[in-house]
Structure formats: structure tokens, C-alpha cells
Design a protein around this ligand. Structure first.
Ligand code: BG6
Length: 513
């Protein structure tokens, strides 16, 4: 095929370097700025990809000078920068960092922000693009958006654009997500709205589309005729460290991880090929997957297909851990789940009858996210079946993190006289194949937002359809007289035994990680 015939080509070569830009981070004294956003900008600078005349302004309530703010961020960068911390680079990069103190509800603070941004433009000799990043507590999003509008900051100046990036959580249910989408839409057009899901910025998640749509080998088999089932596991070996318990206890695994990150991975695995790589073509296909999820409604359906659980005291890596209800800032009678496992079906032609098993949990034995695609067994195996080892199906494992890569498990003959079989692994590792670390998700996403590429951001309908599914499911837990029970697992184990039963009932097992 020539380049001209390749529908993906135009988008691939048209990724351009972003133009001069000022980024304003709301809630800039929070953990995200220190741990992720500034190290991401620093690493973008280290790669030479920062737009020229770049500025970043931290907007927050606490009183501090530019200098103090820079010093705090320097400490964060030393700890969190992917490519290490270079004094010389930091000292030039940090000059683009500024601080602006204001309450989120105070219009005067936005008017003075506008004066500051205009001054930057004067220094540059031309207006620059403006990116407003909402990294505050979500309760403040509405006020910030209203004030941006009232101060006229939602309009670009001199033909330049103004965009908004919204951090998660984007709402806590369908009603709140819709209300937030409404305020966002009053302030910015959808094309200028970037809802972050940092899983989409992970190199390995982006590779799912390439694996599926650029290789003739997999796509013909990527359907219910050849695939027995799919598993998606997102395990974490941490609990409620860093004071997260307060937020987390209002969310739980289903809202914190499944509604966004896990559904995004699921969509990438299950979507139809997009006609091109434009943001809307890709997102059109992803949202169809979420819309086709078979709803789980009522205690019976939910009890049969969803297992929720809390960890009890245990130990991870030999370190003792308290139970979920004993965690700092968690309600001792909490009814929130730090673990959930689901059996899902996607009602489309391609996926009819193929279960997608998803599990996500805190305080599991290790941190690992992977997708495994389990293929059906051959119709007839002409070797002595008693030699067939357990779990002998071909499995394609996509390791999202850590040890990023892809493995294919196939059966081979063991050397020797007998026709004994053994499962072996063909393994691709990013680290050895490319010899360099992949960029952090935030680096990619910030560059994309500045370059105007919304492909890796969630669209309004994606977010709302995902909440619709989650809301219906959650009613069975919180709005019925006979909710399915909360299960338990010791910290440091792979989850409750009922989650194992979920697969065992279907004659399957979770893949060992
Ligand atoms: C966040 C969740 O979105 O993702 C956290 O709020 C979770 O609870 C985190 O720990 C996991 O992200 P990652 O990139 O470390 O897998």
C-alpha cells in the first residue's frame, strides 16, 4: 500500500509542535502539580519539545512568591522527574514558572490573572495560546469555569485559542457529570475541552490500536469465533497512603478506576477499526463499545456478575497493612469497595457471548496492569489429551505496566521422544526493543492538549455513557433492600475467593500475574 492510500498517514505526520502557550494550573499547590505536571513539563523541555516562550502559572489559594513556588516544585522534580534532574536545565526551565494567588470564587483574582497573561503576551511581542488546567478539588470546577467566563478568559485573544483540561474525577455519577458538562459547555466548546484519562496517555495503551489494526495477524481472529474471553487486571499494592482515604471512601474502585481507566482499556480492546485517526473517528468507535455493554441492573444480575470487596489486615511484601476500614480518613463502617471484579458482555456482532472479566483492587500483592486475550482451543487436538497442560489456550498478554510489553503464549513440543507439550512465551519488551524509557502519560497528554489533538481525551458522550452504566449497577448496592454482600480479602492476597468463583463457574481462572 502506498502512503497515499493509508488513512492513518496524514494524522501521523501532521503532529506538529505546539505554538507559544501559557498554561494556568488551578489548584497548583496540590500533589498532582508537584508529582506529575511540572515533572512532565520539565521532561518535555528536556526532550526539546516545549513550545517556545512557554509559561506556566500556578493558581491557588495559599500565599507565596514565584520563588517559593519554584523551590517547592524543584524538590518535587528531583524526586519525580523521569529523566532525572539537571541543575542547568532546571534553572532555565524554572524561569517560566509563576504563581498567582486567589480564591477560586473571587472574580478579581481572575481579572488580575488576565492582566498577568496579557503582560506575558506583551513580553513575547504577540498573543499566545492559553490552556487552563483544572487540577483543583472537583467541587471547585464549577466556580473556576464560571469565573473564567466572567473574566472573559474563555475566549482566545488575537486569533489564538483558549482551552480547558479537566482532571478526573469528572463527576461522581451521571447527574453530576452532566451538570459539569453543562457548565463546561457554557464556557468552552467541546473541541476545546480536554478530559484527562491518564491511562490513554500510557504508551502501552496507545499501542493497542497499532497491535490490532496494523498487524494482519491478529485482527482476523479478534472476535467471538476465535476469542474465548478477555481479562483486564489492574492491581495495586498500595492502600490509602498520602491521605487519599477521604476522597477514596466517597468513590471506591468502580468509580475511581472502572468508570474511566478500565473502560478506556476495554474500549481500545473491543472497538471496531476507526475510519481514520481523527479524534472523533476514534472516539466514535470507543463510545459504541460502552453503549453496547450489557447493563447490569438489580441485585440479582449484579450479585451474579459483580464482586465487591474490602481488604482486611494483612501484609504486602512482608509489610503489615491495616484493613480498609481502619485506614486514615476512611469511615470505620464504610460500605465502599477498594476491590471489584466484573463479568461483562458487549452486545455487538463481534463480541456476542465473549465474557470480559475485569478486576481492580488496592493492597494486592503487586502493582501490575495487564490485558490478556485468551483464544479458543483448536477444534481437535491430535495429541494425547492427557498431555495437555492446564490453561493451554493461546494467550496474548498486553502488559500495560510495569515491564511494558506484549507476550504470546503458545504450545510447543518438549524436546524428546514423547509428544509432550509445554506452553512457551514469545515476549516483546519495550525496554529491550527500544532501549529507552517511554514518556510519562502526562508528557504525551500535555503536548497533545497544546497541539490540539483530543484523540487521547474522553469525549462528553463517552463519560456520560460510562456513568450511566456505573449508576445502574451501583443502584443494586446502595439503593435496594437486599444489596449483594461486601466480600473480604486479606491485604496482600489476590482478592476475595468469590472473585475466583466468578470465573470458576465459567470453567476459567484468573491469569497468574
Ligand atoms: C488514579 C486513581 O486515577 O489512578 C488512583 O485515582 C490510582 O486510585 C491511580 O492509584 C493509578 O494510576 P497508575 O498510573 O499508577 O496505574
Amino acid at each position: 500500500m502506498s502512503d497515499l492510500e493509508n488513512p492513518f498517514q496524514e494524522t501521523l505526520i501532521s503532529r506538529h509542535r505546539a505554538e507559544p502557550c501559557t498554561v494556568v494550573i488551578f489548584g497548583a499547590t496540590g500533589d498532582l502539580t508537584n508529582r506529575k505536571l511540572i515533572p512532565a513539563f520539565y521532561n518535555i523541555a528536556a526532550c526539546g519539545d516545549l513550545p517556545p516562550q512557554f509559561k506556566v502559572v500556578g493558581f491557588a489559594r495559599r500565599d507565596k512568591t514565584d520563588e517559593v513556588f519554584r523551590t517547592e516544585l524543584e524538590a518535587g522534580n528531583r524526586k519525580n522527574s523521569r529523566q532525572g534532574h539537571n541543575e542547568e536545565l532546571w534553572s532555565s526551565f524554572s524561569q517560566c514558572i509563576h504563581y498567582h494567588r486567589s480564591e477560586f470564587e473571587d472574580l478579581d483574582g481572575y481579572k488580575s490573572l488576565r492582566v498577568l497573561l496579557d503582560e506575558f503576551d506583551k513580553e513575547r511581542g504577540a498573543p499566545a495560546n492559553r490552556l487552563f488546567y483544572l487540577a483543583s478539588a472537583p467541587e471547585a470546577f464549577k466556580s473556576i469555569l464560571e469565573m473564567l467566563r466572567a473574566a472573559g478568559l474563555n475566549e482566545g485573544v488575537g486569533g489564538k485559542w483558549a482551552r480547558v483540561v479537566c482532571e478526573k474525577p469528572f463527576g461522581k455519577d451521571l447527574a453530576s457529570a452532566r451538570a459539569l458538562n453543562h457548565v463546561v459547555a457554557e464556557t468552552f466548546e467541546e473541541k476545546d475541552t480536554y478530559r484527562i484519562d491518564h491511562y490513554l496517555g500510557k504508551e502501552t495503551a496507545q499501542n493497542i490500536m497499532v497491535l490490532r489494526f496494523a498487524n494482519a495477524l491478529f485482527e482476523p481472529n479478534w472476535n467471538s469465533r476465535y476469542i474465548d474471553h478477555v481479562q483486564i487486571t489492574c492491581a495495586e499494592n498500595l492502600g490509602m497512603e498520602g491521605g487519599r482515604g477521604g476522597y477514596y471512601d466517597t468513590a471506591g474502585a468502580l468509580r475511581d478506576m472502572v468508570q474511566n481507566h478500565l473502560f478506556q482499556l476495554l474500549s481500545l480492546v473491543a472497538m471496531e477499526p476507526p475510519t481514520d485517526l481523527s479524534a472523533d473517528s476514534v472516539r466514535d468507535e470507543k463510545v459504541k463499545v460502552i453503549r453496547a455493554l450489557r447493563p447490569l441492573i438489580g441485585p440479582e444480575a449484579v450479585g451474579k456478575n459483580v464482586i465487591r470487596a474490602q481488604y482486611t489486615a494483612g501484609s504486602v511484601d512482608g509489610v503489615p497493612r491495616v484493613g480498609y476500614r481502619q485506614e486514615d480518613r476512611v469511615n470505620p463502617q464504610s460500605n465502599t469497595e477498594p476491590y471489584v471484579a466484573l463479568r461483562l458482555f458487549i452486545d455487538t456482532w463481534r463480541w456476542q457471548g465473549v465474557p470480559f472479566y475485569i478486576r481492580v483492587g488496592k493492597q494486592l500483592p503487586k502493582k501490575a496492569t495487564e490485558i490478556s486475550v485468551h483464544f479458543k482451543k483448536p477444534p481437535q487436538v491430535p495429541f494425547a489429551t492427557n498431555n495437555l497442560i492446564k490453561n493451554s489456550e493461546n494467550t496474548l498478554v498486553i502488559r500495560i505496566q510495569p515491564d511494558e510489553g506484549i507476550a504470546l503464549r503458545i504450545l510447543c513440543k518438549q524436546p524428546g521422544q514423547a509428544m509432550n507439550m509445554q506452553q512457551v512465551k514469545m515476549d516483546f519488551r519495550y525496554s529491550s526493543s527500544f532501549g529507552k524509557a517511554s514518556p510519562e502519560a502526562y508528557e504525551r497528554l500535555l503536548l497533545d492538549a497544546m497541539a490540539g489533538d483530543a484523540t487521547l481525551f474522553a469525549r462528553r458522550d463517552e463519560v456520560e455513557n460510562a456513568w450511566k452504566f456505573i449508576d445502574e449497577l451501583e443502584k443494586a448496592w446502595h439503593k435496594t433492600d437486599n444489596p449483594p454482600p461486601m466480600r473480604e480479602y486479606p491485604a496482600g492476597s489476590w482478592g476475595p475467593k468469590e472473585a475466583d468463583d466468578l470465573l470458576r463457574q465459567d470453567g476459567r481462572e484468573w491469569r497468574l500475574l
